[in-house]
Design a protein around this ligand. Structure first.
Ligand code: 5GP
Length: 121
């Protein structure tokens, strides 16, 4: 599959459409989901052009991979949902059609601020 430069998160990265930013560094951008499913629902995306976790794991550099994981941790801390500050959260990424992925730019959902319920419903 080829990365679609016109996907909505690519447009957010290019600042063509706005987002409610939570955090940004050289590797990641984090912002609130437009349609929150839990009390806190954040998204963390890599700045590189990766379609999903498989694509990222295959092609990304070691520093990009570390940068994304560290970014998730930093955002969780910022939101007060990390284990040291809160009660925990769920980090989830959907991959392709069977995974229910809608936006074809890798993103992790962070759900928290309350008990998030069963993993698969
Ligand atoms: P997926 O189903 O691909 O894992 O999740 C895509 C997520 O992106 C959904 O939770 C959806 O609400 C969110 N989303 C879609 N369009 C926008 C947008 O324009 N801005 C923001 N902040 N979130 C969006």
């Amino acid at each position: 599959m080829i990365y679609d430069d016109n996907n909505i998160f690519a447009k957010i990265l290019r600042k063509e459409i706005p987002c409610k930013k939570i955090y940004e560094d050289e590797f990641v951008l984090s912002f609130y989901d437009i349609n929150p499913q839990k009390k806190i629902h954040a998204l963390v995306i890599p700045k590189g052009k990766y379609i999903d976790l498989d694509d990222f794991t295959t092609k990304a550099s070691a520093s990009e991979i570390v940068g994304l994981l560290k970014g998730i941790n930093t955002v969780a801390k910022k939101l007060g949902i990390s284990v040291d500050k809160g009660k925990g959260y769920r980090a989830l990424t959907n991959i392709n059609e069977h995974g229910g992925q809608e936006v074809p730019h890798l993103h992790f959902h962070l759900f928290g601020g309350e008990k998030v319920g069963k993993m698969v419903e």
